[in-house]
Design a protein around this ligand. Structure first.
Ligand SMILES: Cc1cc2nc3c(=O)[nH]c(=O)nc-3n(C[C@H](O)[C@H](O)[C@H](O)COP(=O)(O)OP(=O)(O)OC[C@H]3O[C@@H](n4cnc5c(N)ncnc54)[C@H](O)[C@@H]3O)c2cc1C
Length: 212
């Protein structure tokens, strides 16, 4: 068998994106997957012949023209074939638990307000945590962004700021902000929308998209 230019282990979003880009660029790629389905966390499966579940991935961000996902699709020549729908900006997730009703909006100020209404005695900690969400996103954009847009100096500054959180778990960040368990549960899901899912192991796929 001919030796490929690239051997990619794992067909998750990171492996698939890289393999597809290299193949599109005319390089030979061998992609090896241990599971019976491709896609990693991005695959879906059916139970009882009728219920379809996402393994993990249920939202996509940065899909508009000029943004990383769109640029990836453009680079692969398939941007016109794939369209995206917006979730409800007033409450794209609806969380219901005893004593907690939270519709998660796009807007961070509104989110902060709703969470502070739910947990008034933790207002300042919640506000500090919510401020961290777009901050992490901006820093990751600069750190993972293309060299054309962010130079080495920009990346070094972003890395210095992010360093504190690169090895942190989400629980570490909750603890740092001294959040009560109930607020942490509500925020657990919200942080997936933030770039804080960096703390949960999504960095490789995300940064590979960012560096396009
Ligand atoms: C609960 C949860 C919800 C999430 N929701 C979202 C969301 O809504 N939107 C979003 O953008 N991101 C979401 N993420 C993050 C997203 O799922 C991951 O960032 C992304 O799927 C990671 O892709 P990956 O290619 O790095 O790894 P993976 O998806 O883990 O893929 C790795 C692949 O490698 C294979 N593999 C491993 N070892 C070997 C080996 N030795 N040989 C061959 N194959 C191997 C595995 O079987 C797997 O298929 C979520 C994550 C979690 C935990």
């Amino acid at each position: 068998m001919k030796t490929p230019d690239f051997l990619v282990l794992g067909s998750g979003l990171a492996g698939l994106s890289f393999a597809a880009l290299m193949a599109k660029a005319g390089r030979s790629v061998r992609l090896i997957e241990a599971h019976e389905f491709p896609g990693g966390y991005g695959h879906s499966f059916v139970l009882a012949n009728k219920y379809k579940f996402n393994a993990q991935l249920h939202y996509a961000w940065d899909c508009r023209p000029g943004e990383p996902v769109h640029r990836l699709l453009e680079a692969l020549g398939i941007a016109d074939e794939i369209s995206f729908d917006f979730f409800d900006s007033a409450g794209f997730d609806r969380m219901r638990a005893p004593g907690i009703e939270l519709d998660v909006p796009f807007d961070y100020q509104l989110l902060s307000q709703r969470l502070c209404d739910l947990f008034p005695s933790h207002k300042s900690n919640i506000q500090a945590f919510i401020r961290l969400i777009p901050w992490t996103g901006r820093s990751l954009n600069r750190y993972g962004g293309s060299m054309r847009k962010s130079g080495v100096g920009d990346k070094a500054i972003a890395f210095a700021k992010l360093r504190k959180y690169l090895r942190a778990t989400l629980q570490d960040v909750f603890d740092e902000h001294n959040l009560p368990l109930e607020a942490s549960l509500a925020l657990l899901h919200v942080t997936a929308e933030s770039r804080l899912f960096l703390c949960m192991g999504g960095t490789s796929a995300w940064l590979s998209l960012r560096s396009l």
